[in-house]
Design a protein around this ligand. Structure first.
Ligand SMILES: [Zn+2]
Ligand SMILES: [Zn+2]
Length: 345
């Protein structure tokens, strides 16, 4: 089968590998769609710990597939079922896993990060992923490509749940890539007025095109614009979906009393600590929140939003490629062209 493998920094290759074998407790999926994520691009450019010429890794953690082989001890799943999955497999026994937060497990593993992923024609699904509920059946009406982009959307949903959104509130999202757009769709679904900001004007134009309901701002007086847009009140919600320390610090100045800020994107460790004015948190009674990855529960909930027609996730998919053209897909995604790049098989 064809597999896209990482061998080290700036070294990905499309190679022939054996179709994985499975044991009695495992499943084999025929991959039906897999999406490229910023994490894949960073792993490609920077390499990844433990990955080298002798230990290559098949990338790809946002995917859907069809069950093609079923170990004899596996219950429920049958050949031919269309499935997708939340790629972070918790240990299943620690407090965080038991609380439903396997994505925060100290010992979690993830497809395409520290085990072979889905930029390949077949993927082996280990027993713990099946038992922990990482896998789910695709609801009616969701295509494999749509299912493949549920994972990033579910990460945005995790951030969304930290912001306690109410209808009519004013929300700003900084960063207008696929993640920012996911946030905008969720906030709009909940009845918030949404403003998007980004350094790249073309990204904002894309946003406006696929989400006519959003306001966009591209200029050097964001505070002035926010003041006018919120009629002097300030923001109820701010989502920082870009890795810029100054943006995190500046957000606090734009908030209304009782506002909620979500630091969605991580900041490179070399740029920490980020100085923030804690008096703004104190006197305006702000809530500073963070979120990372998503739980299996949030993943399934997000899938429901899409199957109910509340989120038009297909709008995030800008480009589709066959696996044989995946290197071109990586080049394009690496240059931040388009939105989500999805590989079909
Ligand atoms: Zn991802
Ligand atoms: Zn655990």
């Amino acid at each position: 089968m064809l597999s896209l493998r990482l061998y080290g920094p700036n070294d990905i290759r499309l190679v022939e590998t054996d179709i994985p074998s499975i044991n009695d407790d495992e499943l084999l999926l025929k991959t039906t769609a897999a999406a490229i994520c910023g994490t894949d691009i960073r792993m490609w450019q920077n390499g990844y710990k433990g990955v080298d010429e002798a230990h290559p890794l098949t990338l790809g953690h946002e995917f859907a597939g069809r069950v093609t082989r079923v170990g004899k001890n596996v219950s429920f799943y049958k050949e031919g079922m269309q499935v997708s999955l939340q790629p972070n497999i918790g240990c299943g026994i620690c407090d965080r896993c038991v609380a439903g937060n396997g994505h925060l497990c100290e010992n979690y593993r993830a497809f395409g990060i520290n085990m072979d992923g889905a930029f390949a024609e077949y993927v082996r699904i280990p027993a713990d992923a099946i038992r922990n509920g990482n896998l789910m059946l695709l609801p009616e009406g969701i295509s494999p490509a749509e299912a493949a982009v549920i994972e990033p959307l579910s990460c945005a949903y995790n951030g969304f749940t930290k912001c306690f959104v109410k209808p009519g509130e004013y929300a700003l999202i900084v960063g207008a890539g696929p993640i920012g757009i996911s946030h905008a769709m969720l906030l709009h679904m909940a009845g918030a007025a949404v403003l998007m900001n980004d350094l790249q004007q073309d990204r904002l134009e894309d946003c406006k095109r696929i989400m006519p309901f959003v306001e966009t701002y591209h200029g050097d007086d964001l505070p002035g614009f926010v003041k006018e847009w919120t009629r002097g009140r300030g923001l109820d919600i701010a989502i920082v979906a870009c890795p810029v320390p100054q943006v995190q610090a500046a957000m606090l100045l734009l908030m209304n009393y009782g506002g909620r800020v979500n630091f969605f994107g991580g900041i490179p460790a070399s740029k920490q600590p980020v100085p923030i004015d804690t008096n703004l948190v104190h006197y305006r009674e702000l809530y500073l929140t963070g979120s990372t990855r998503s739980s299996i529960g949030q993943y399934r909930k997000t899938m429901e939003f899409v199957s109910q027609g509340l989120l038009k996730v297909e709008k995030i998919i800008s480009d589709r490629y066959y696996i044989k053209d995946i290197l071109t897909a990586f080049e394009n995604a690496g240059q931040a062209k388009g939105l989500k790049h999805v590989i079909t098989f």
